[in-house]
Ligand binder design. Structure first.
Ligand SMILES: CC(C)(COP(=O)(O)OP(=O)(O)OC[C@H]1O[C@@H](n2cnc3c(N)ncnc32)[C@H](O)[C@@H]1OP(=O)(O)O)[C@@H](O)C(=O)NCCC(=O)NCCS
Length: 431
């Protein structure tokens, strides 16, 4: 039994036992968006690094995506729902000022009532806050062999014709945290965090669309990375490790990915923080940093490029991809994870990929999930955005019609009636 960080005298191993994601059933090609907006497509593809953008229809809200990721995790990893005693949903796309997304998800997943259930909001940092909360729960010994399910779920929306429009997306990632970390072991002996009040990105209570001071938010992200990483290095030194070893020791570096190019900027900043100075344009250091990005960061970014920004789940979408695509090669090797949430709060941590993780990830491939999506054109994309903006209006007469949006998923959001959100599972409306 886990007691005070020890199991039968040995340090307790804690981390991710299972992981799965869900994405909307439709997507838009970035080139189509660029052409429609009169922008050179290379700006979105090469400049931002994006290929496609997930488009959530009105029936696919935060709850639906979170439940979809949770259901996939339970099925693919054969998890007993009764073994889960904590459910945390990290989101910045809340569906109610009071009622948490997690309560709906708890019902849909059929979890036990003996379960601590809540939602965490801190922009894109919410799921990382959930992950560390879950790790501490297991570490405390109070889980008594049971597990914590952490789900990141978001719909990134800036609106039509905005500068943030090409960095939209939607999706959810579910992670089961336990003392059987068969995919990823978290190093809970060290961590670096950072926080300061900045107005770089926000979503006012009256708006479904987010507002961002985009270029400022990039600077805030990079400064938060330096701050969190420097604290992490101090912790490493205190634990007896060499200071620069903090970066050199990681075989893969995962970052929060609002758009793929941001991960490249982040990795450059990490190396600059280690080197103590900014790399000059065209310098050998900058060229080496770009090569290092291709080796240690880029291999994890395919899902991010094809789904877009999923806010609090973006970092963990990279992790899901890396575990499936490279876990064999990286088995037993340390990796780093960096989460940034505007506003702002950030965290840097180390982890280790487990032997056999790649085999466990093969039950349903990422490509299989992506290939089931249907492409929409610009007209359909704009129709979907318009329809989404009219949801949640407590329209007594016109609930959402799933057939109109060509959806095959079992869980659907139907709209709001009598001030209550209505969900259906396999055609049966939930009470
Ligand atoms: C990310 C964001 C700031 C970009 O804004 P923008 O002013 O439209 O875009 P930029 O002019 O900066 O161009 C983006 C990149 O494309 C490049 N680019 C522009 N035109 C290009 C072209 N024709 N071909 C290739 N690259 C091109 C730019 O050089 C730039 O790359 P760089 O940052 O490496 O210099 C904007 O999408 C945004 O506000 N997003 C939401 C907030 C966000 O995601 N913040 C991230 C931190 S959380």
């Amino acid at each position: 039994m886990a007691e005070n960080g020890k199991s039968e005298g040995k340090p307790l191993r804690i981390g991710i036992e299972a992981i799965a994601f869900d994405i909307p059933e439709h997507y838009l090609e970035m080139a189509d968006l660029a052409t429609a907006r009169g922008v050179e497509p290379a700006k979105y593809t090469a400049g931002l690094g994006q290929k496609q953008m997930a488009v959530a229809t009105p029936c696919e809200d935060t709850v639906v995506l979170a439940a979809g990721a949770g259901q996939r995790l339970i099925k693919n990893f054969n998890i007993d729902p009764k073994s889960i005693s904590m459910l945390i949903v990290g989101t910045e796309t809340g569906v109610d000022h009071s009622k948490p997304v997690s309560s709906y998800v708890h019902q849909i997943l059929g979890l036990s009532s003996e379960c601590r259930v809540f939602e965490i909001k801190h922009a894109c940092y919410g799921a990382m806050a959930g992950l560390t909360t879950a790790v501490n729960y297991i570490l405390s010994g109070r889980a008594k062999g049971r597990k914590a399910l952490v789900i990141a779920s978001d719909i990134a929306r800036y609106g039509k014709n905005t500068v943030g429009e090409p960095t939209q997306g939607a999706g959810a990632v579910a992670m089961l945290i336990s003392d059987n970390p068969q995919l990823l072991e978290i190093d809970y002996n060290n961590e670096g965090f950072y926080a300061t009040q900045v107005m770089d990105f926000w979503r006012p209570l009256y708006s479904k669309e987010a507002f961002a001071d985009g270029h400022f938010s990039i600077q805030c992200y990079l400064d938060a990375l330096s701050g969190a990483y420097n604290l992490y290095k101090k912790g490493d030194e205190a634990n007896g490790a060499q200071s620069k070893a903090a970066n050199g020791k990681f075989e893969a570096c995962l970052y929060h990915v609002p758009f793929v190019k941001m991960a490249q900027k982040a990795h450059q900043r990490l190396l600059e923080t280690d080197g103590g100075q900014k790399f000059e344009k065209d310098s050998p250091e900058l060229k080496a940093a770009l090569q290092d990005f291709e080796k240690r960061v880029a291999p994890a970014l395919e899902l991010n490029a094809r789904v877009g920004n999923i806010y609090t789940g973006a970092l963990f979408l990279s992790l899901a991809y890396l575990l499936e695509s490279s876990a064999g090669k990286l088995a037993g090797k340390p990796i780093s994870l960096f989460s940034y949430g505007s506003g702002c709060g950030a965290e840097f941590m180390g982890a280790k990929i487990m032997e056999g993780a790649d085999r466990l990830m093969k039950v349903e491939s990422n490509e299989e999930i992506l290939s089931k999506r249907r492409q929409v054109n610009m007209a359909k994309y704009e129709e979907i955005l318009d329809a989404c903006s009219k949801m949640d209006l407590n329209d007594e007469e016109n609930l959402c019609q799933p057939e109109k949006w060509d959806l095959k998923r079992p869980v659907l959001y139907l709209g709001t009636q009598n001030h209550k959100r209505i969900y259906s599972v396999n055609g049966v409306v939930l009470n």
